[in-house]
Write a protein that binds this ligand. Structure first.
Ligand SMILES: C[S@@+](CC[C@H](N)C(=O)[O-])C[C@H]1O[C@@H](n2cnc3c(N)ncnc32)[C@H](O)[C@@H]1O
Length: 228
């Protein structure tokens, strides 16, 4: 009994030690810069001195936020993303993070200005996010920019995203968890596109739909894949 208890105690402390070691191994980012300090002004002196634990690609380690945004601005893609926000949709943070990853030109929030930033994992700092109080304001802005408004939802008149020739200059608009796209956006859209599903659920969540739609644009316009 005693021996078994001792063994248990030892294995618990080993486990604690292993967890500590494991978390030390999984610290994100890099420590202080080693060697001679770089002088280029894109580098942040504080990050060089203290290390860079931010959620950024390795290329941007130790860069100032302004330098990262300037670099992204030089090569942003021609698609925009919009999401309706009438009920504080929890998907918006994830949509913003994915828009950052796929380098959308801008993200547009239609409706309420406030949105839950948790899912964005601070990626919104590097992404241009614009607010439109009403659908009318949003539609006017998109028309002035010469962007095709494309709704993304499962309406009876939706056409399949998989075989749709996505225009280069467009804004992909997503709806909310319950109601989906508003009738106003539906009416203003050049077309509404649906993502084919095969299971029993009626729909996927807006953040998943946004990831799929953005990647369809990337496949078409970055990799030149035809839809046919
Ligand atoms: C949960 S859905 C909304 C409900 C949906 N309108 C319905 O009839 O049940 C939330 C949003 O996710 C997107 N979405 C979800 N599943 C989709 C699909 N299969 N194709 C296109 N968009 C989808 C749309 O933007 C939609 O407005």
């Amino acid at each position: 009994m005693h021996a078994r208890g001792t063994t248990t105690l030892r294995s618990v402390s080993d486990e604690v030690k292993n967890d500590a070691e494991k978390s030390a191994e999984h610290v994100i980012g890099v420590g202080p810069w080693e060697g001679e300090l770089p002088t280029d002004e894109k580098y942040d002196p504080q990050l060089l001195a203290e290390g860079d634990r931010r959620n950024v690609a390795d290329k941007y380690r130790y860069w100032t936020m302004d330098a990262i945004i300037a670099d992204l601005d030089e090569r942003r893609h021609d698609f925009h993303i919009a999401i309706e926000n009438w009920q504080h949709d929890m998907n918006i943070g994830t949509v913003v993070r994915t828009a950052n990853a796929f380098l959308a030109k801008e993200v547009h929030i239609i409706g309420r200005r406030r949105w839950n930033r948790r899912g964005a994992m601070v990626t919104d700092r590097y992404q241009h996010v614009r607010h439109h109080a009403t659908v009318e304001e949003f539609v006017e802005w998109a028309n002035n920019e010469g962007l095709a408004i494309l709704g993304i939802d499962i309406f009876p008149d939706s056409v399949p995203l998989e075989t749709y020739e996505l225009p280069r200059n467009c804004v992909l608009v997503f709806g909310q968890e319950g109601p989906g796209l508003s009738p106003e956006v539906h009416a203003a859209a050049r077309d509404t596109l649906s993502i084919e599903q095969f299971g029993s659920t009626r729909s996927i969540n807006a953040a998943s739909a946004a990831g799929i739609a953005m990647h369809a644009w990337v496949r078409r316009h970055v990799f030149g894949q035809k839809v046919s």
